[in-house]
Structures are given as structure tokens and as C-alpha cells.
Design a binder for this molecule. Structure first.
Ligand code: SAM
Length: 283
């Protein structure tokens, strides 16, 4: 492979290749290696231990999906927890919602935050917003003992390996549930349905043990393995939003104006998933 080529081969044995113009940054933390390079196809690209994390050009596919489906399903989301999310894209999308009073973002690796502030200004642009507390610590420890605080919890994590492994287990999901207020919603990123089907199957088997209402929603994500991604909608009190006419039209339209993906019709359409995804999620 030309050294001018970034390639990711996932444990599943396939991945992605992107032509590199220039290596911009590389730092090792106790948790992972953060690399940033520039590409003509995707602008700046950030990888963690060589695995694709975020690109300037396609990050909106992921960040709009993980945020606006739970946020616009909830009647008045004020207090939000973001687990991981060090690039800041999830926080940026959350702050489009006027109901938001406070966001805790718990990211284990400060290097990811610093690299994003330096090389992904359009993604990290709201990390210094006064409504945001950036807490650099392990979310597994942070969530212990939290009760009845958050309206929405977004688990914007890496894959279930390394520091992210402990974010995909029953104890952690029970701790997250305890931290929710009544009417709360949890949305984890739940991996690639085609590329990481076993990860997804295991994740939903655990989510179904913890939450009453659990459903995947899916969408394209060009630079992630298989180009197709999933997120989970989990709640004990809120039904899966399969009827967009029940989503507040004015709120949805205000958000849709600022988005490249999200709109009110798509809000319920994303839950119409292929049969193989239903099987992965329903066990
Ligand atoms: N938002 C990006 C995207 O477009 O998909 C990818 C997710 S974000 C970069 C994943 C973050 O989860 C990483 O910054 C990683 O450091 C963080 N993370 C992994 N394990 C963690 C843990 N146990 N506690 C807190 N953050 C963690």
C-alpha cells in the first residue's frame, strides 16, 4: 500500500481506503493513538488506533442521527449526558435545541478534544459553550451512583474494544438507566449492521435486558465499515417514534432547516429497518 494511502481493515476483514495528502498530527495517550491527516476526498480525518472516527466531510451523517431522533422524540429535553463524543459533533447538534439547559460530556481522552479543537473547528465549535461541561474521565466511573439527572443520554463511543469495551455491558446500561429522569431516552451508537453484526447482536441482547422499549434505527455513514450504521432508541417510558405525525412539527422544522439529513418524515422512516437488522436487534 502506498504510504499516501490510509486504510482501515476491521477485525471483520474489510474496511476503507482514503488517499492521504498530508499527515497532520499524532499523539499517544494511555488509552489510544490519535492521528489526524488531510485528504482531498474527506478533508481532515481523525482516527483512533488506526480506526476511522470522524471526517470533516461526512461527520454530519452520524451526528445528526445520534442527536435529533431522541431529542425531538422527547417533549422537553433539558439535561443531557454525552458519553465519549470527544470531537464535539454531538454537542454541536444538541445545542441546536433551545430546550437544552446543560450538557455533561464525559470523554476519557483529552487528546481527542484538543485534536478536534485544532483540526475540526466546524465539529468542535460548541465545546466552549457555557451550557457545556467537558469532563475528562472514564464514563464507566462517572456514571456510577448517578440518579434521576438526565433527560437524554447519548453514548457516542468507540467500538466495544479498549476503553470503549466497558460501555457495552449490562452493568453500564443499568447505571445509565438509573441516571435517567422519568421520560428519559438513551441512544447508544450500536455499530455497523453489516460490518459488525455480532457486536450489534450482543449489544441489543443487553439493551433488551435493561430497557422496556428498544429499537434500532439505521442510516448511511460513508466512512464507517460497510457504509451503513445503527443507533439504538431505548426508553422505559417513551414509545419507539414510528409515527412522525406525533413529532412536534414546529420543533422538527426548525431543526431540519439546519440539517443535511434530519427531517420530520425521516424521523420515523429510519426505524423501518431491513429484516436482517430486525433479527440482529430482536434476537
Ligand atoms: N463522534 C465520532 C463519530 O463521528 O462517530 C466518534 C465517536 S467519538 C470520537 C468516540 C469517543 O469515545 C472517543 O473520543 C473515545 O476516547 C471515547 N471513549 C471511549 N471509551 C470511553 C470511556 N470509557 N469513557 C469516556 N469516553 C470514552
Amino acid at each position: 500500500m502506498s504510504e499516501k494511502l490510509y486504510h482501515e481493515i476491521t477485525p471483520e476483514g474489510f474496511g476503507i481506503a482514503i488517499e492521504k495528502d498530508e499527515d497532520l498530527y499524532s499523539e499517544k495517550s494511555p488509552y489510544q493513538v490519535t492521528d489526524v491527516f488531510h485528504s482531498r476526498a474527506f478533508g481532515n480525518v481523525l482516527t483512533l488506533d488506526g480506526l476511522m472516527m470522524v471526517t470533516e466531510r461526512d461527520e454530519f451523517f452520524y451526528h445528526e442521527m445520534i442527536v435529533h431522533i431522541p431529542m425531538l422524540t422527547h417533549s422537553n429535553p433539558e439535561n443531557i449526558l454525552v458519553i465519549g463524543g470527544g470531537d464535539g459533533g454531538t454537542v454541536r447538534e444538541l445545542l441546536k435545541h433551545p430546550s437544552v439547559k446543560h450538557i455533561d460530556m464525559v470523554e476519557i481522552d483529552n487528546i481527542v478534544i484538543e485534536a478536534s479543537k485544532k483540526f475540526f473547528k466546524s465539529v468542535s465549535c460548541e465545546l466552549d459553550n457555557p451550557k457545556v461541561s467537558v469532563l475528562v474521565q472514564d464514563a464507566i466511573e462517572f456514571i456510577e451512583g448517578k440518579e434521576n439527572i438526565y433527560d437524554i443520554v447519548l453514548i457516542d463511543s468507540t467500538d466495544p474494544i479498549g476503553p470503549g469495551e466497558g460501555l457495552f455491558n449490562e452493568k453500564f446500561y443499568n447505571n445509565v438507566k438509573r441516571a435517567l429522569k422519568k421520560g428519559g431516552i438513551v441512544t447508544p451508537q450500536t455499530e455497523g449492521p453489516f460490518a459488525q453484526s455480532e457486536n450489534m447482536r450482543k449489544t441489543y441482547a443487553l439493551l433488551r435486558k435493561v430497557f422496556k422499549n428498544v429499537a434500532p434505527y439505521c442510516g448511511p455513514m460513508p466512512t464507517y465499515p460497510g457504509g451503513y450504521w445503527s443507533w439504538g432508541f431505548c426508553s422505559d417510558d417513551v414509545e419507539i417514534p414510528t409515527d412522525y405525525t406525533k413529532i412536534d412539527e414546529k420543533r422538527a422544522q426548525e431543526i431540519a432547516k439546519t440539517c443535511k439529513i434530519y427531517n420530520r418524515e425521516l424521523h420515523s422512516a429510519v426505524f423501518a429497518v431491513p429484516n436482517f437488522v430486525k433479527e440482529l436487534a430482536n434476537g
